[in-house]
Design a protein around this ligand. Sequence first.
Ligand code: MG
Length: 162
Amino acid sequence: MFRIGFGYDVHRLVENRPLILGGVEIPHPVGLDGHSDADVLTHAIIDAVIGALGVGDIGQHFPDTDPKYKGVSSLSLLKTATDMIHREGFQLNNLDATIVAQTPKLAPYLNTMREKFAETLAAPADRINIKATTSEGLGFCGKREGMEAFAVVSLIKSSSDR
Ligand code: MG
């Protein structure tokens, strides 16, 4: 059987923070603000996984009020979410995600992100697609106030039971 989940996240851009997207640190004068490493792309993917499993949202599983998640690598949270997938007898079928950022150019980093997600989600890289777009200068992404990300995940269980 199949399950589909959707995830969305936004983080504000601020000075004196690294820019981490898909577990990759990207040279940039500003970075995303947040309790963890503020990896907006990975957060959207985690929320899509949690949505596909039907177990709430990222804030319930990894609360940003919990000191143990301060500065944590979001890829480690995605690894925990991957363990949840496997515990329920599912595996990742495919992942498609989009980052919205006016700058910097993200194309050179997308394949590295894909490989990191493949490893973390225990799935072949060809089941994972990571895209980036600008918002044509419009809105908070266009004004470089923040970045947002969207993700869709499908999970598959090979056995016939629900
Ligand atoms: Mg977030």
